[in-house]
Design a protein around this ligand. Structure first.
Ligand code: G3P
Length: 222
């Protein structure tokens, strides 16, 4: 399962990239709005850092307007993936983009039926929003399990991108359920590193190493 960051914040993307674990980026209009940069400049800055897929979302009411936005976004870099919402207009635009060989990520997916629609238009990614399903007292992981089972049974090529993840356990369970990628906020990715026994063990190794070096130095000086 690839690890994606769900952010448009370039400093966080640089940090995660430096860790060597960054498989791709997902952005959305709300995340882009926080950054105060022109959208195309923002996507260019992200693709300058990340070589994996970078999802850039189209925002319009008609397929024609979505396609016009997509045609500009795909010019920014080879790794741009066009994000379309799971609406009638979004699916219509998405079908035309995949027919032209342009990779798409179908977003705002909240049901297995919607995930079937995404696969049927040859989407590269389908993004079920686990956290937002949990927010309305339903089970986001159960949704992921259903989509995973259907995709396996049907042999769909569309990759499942578990989205709207809120904590490390969402990431672990997504991996167990066969997600191809998981996109998460920076703080969730950062928390994947944490374990108290790692900190205790690392401190002890450092302390023992220093004592060892000191005893060798004392023996040399004796
Ligand atoms: O970018 C799509 C999705 O991951 C949004 O997550 O946290 O706004 O529900 P969230």
């Amino acid at each position: 399962m690839k690890l994606f960051l769900d952010t448009a914040h370039v400093a966080d993307i640089e940090t995660a990239h430096s860790w060597g674990i960054l498989g791709g980026i997902t952005t959305n209009p709300s995340l882009a709005a926080k950054e105060g940069l022109e959208f195309h400049d923002l996507i260019k800055a992200i693709t300058d850092i990340v070589s994996g897929p970078v999802s850039a979302e189209v925002v319009a009411d008609t397929p024609e307007d979505m396609l016009a936005q997509a045609s500009e976004l795909v010019e920014i870099a080879d790794n741009v993936v066009i994000k379309v919402p799971l609406t009638r207009a979004g699916v219509s635009a998405g079908a035309r983009l995949t027919a032209e060989g342009i990779p798409i990520n179908v977003t705002l997916v909240f049901s297995p039926a919607q995930a079937i629609l995404a696969a049927s238009i040859g989407a590269t990614f389908v993004s079920p929003f686990l956290g937002r399903v949990d927010d309305i007292a339903n089970d986001g992981l159960a949704l992921l399990a259903e989509i995973s089972e259907i995709y396996e049974m049907q042999g769909y090529d569309t990759q499942i991108l578990a989205a709207s993840l809120r904590h490390p356990q969402h990431v672990v369970e997504s991996a167990k359920l066969g997600a191809d990628a998981a996109t998460m906020p920076f703080d969730v990715m950062d928390k994947l590193f944490n374990h108290p026994l790692t900190d205790i063990g690392n401190e002890r190794f450092n302390r023992d190493w220093d004592a060892y070096q000191q005893s060798l130095a004392e023996r040399r000086d004796a």
